[in-house]
Design a protein around this ligand. Structure first.
Ligand code: ZN
Length: 183
């Protein structure tokens, strides 16, 4: 699904919306196009460049950055659909420290895994198998959760990067973790 990154008036990344929704915001003068892909969409009376990034005309107060719900889909997205143990395509979620060994169901203890590794690992600890993780699992920044389900557009990067300098544990760290697992 293609979408457009929505920035607050302050350029803070807020969310990703379907392209159609972004165009409605622009036509209603609630947002301006910051970046566009070059593709031009035609309606009966006008032509508009398909936006990849829009910025709200008025500042919207975001009361708090909600935590990203721990779902199978969100873990897959964080880990780039790659098994944390063998790097092949993941199709399950594994508790690094098994629940039967006291491991909790939380972001720092779950990784994407293929069925084979998950089955081989069973209820053992990584140290018992001589396995290790190529990254430290952590909760993704709020923005990553909001973009789940969308194709990530390279045009968003400068805006996510710029904002992550203000937020040390921001979107860029979370994206980088995803890249490392995916490569
Ligand atoms: Zn595997």
């Amino acid at each position: 699904m293609s979408g457009a990154l929505v920035l607050n008036a302050t350029y803070e990344p807020l969310c990703v919306v379907p392209l159609r929704r972004a165009i409605v915001l622009v036509l209603a003068e609630k947002a301006v196009v910051v970046e566009s892909a070059g593709a031009v969409l035609h309606s009966a009376r006008l032509a508009i460049q398909a936006p990849t990034v829009v910025r709200l005309s008025r500042f919207v107060r975001v009361p708090y950055r909600s935590r990203v719900p721990l779902t199978r889909r969100a873990v897959m997205h964080r880990d780039g659909l790659r098994c944390a143990y063998c790097q092949h395509r993941a199709d399950t979620i594994d508790h690094v420290v098994p629940r039967s060994r006291g491991g909790k169901h939380e972001w720092v203890n779950v990784v994407a895994a293929c069925a084979t590794c998950n089955h081989r690992k069973a209820d053992r600890l990584l140290a018992e198998l001589g396995w290790s993780l190529p990254f430290t699992p952590k909760e993704p920044a709020g923005f990553v959760g909001l973009a789940v389900g969308y194709v990530r557009d390279p045009a968003w990067e400068p805006y996510l990067d710029a904002w992550s300098h203000r937020d040390a544990r921001g979107a860029r760290d979370a994206w980088n973790d995803g890249d490392r697992v995916a490569s």
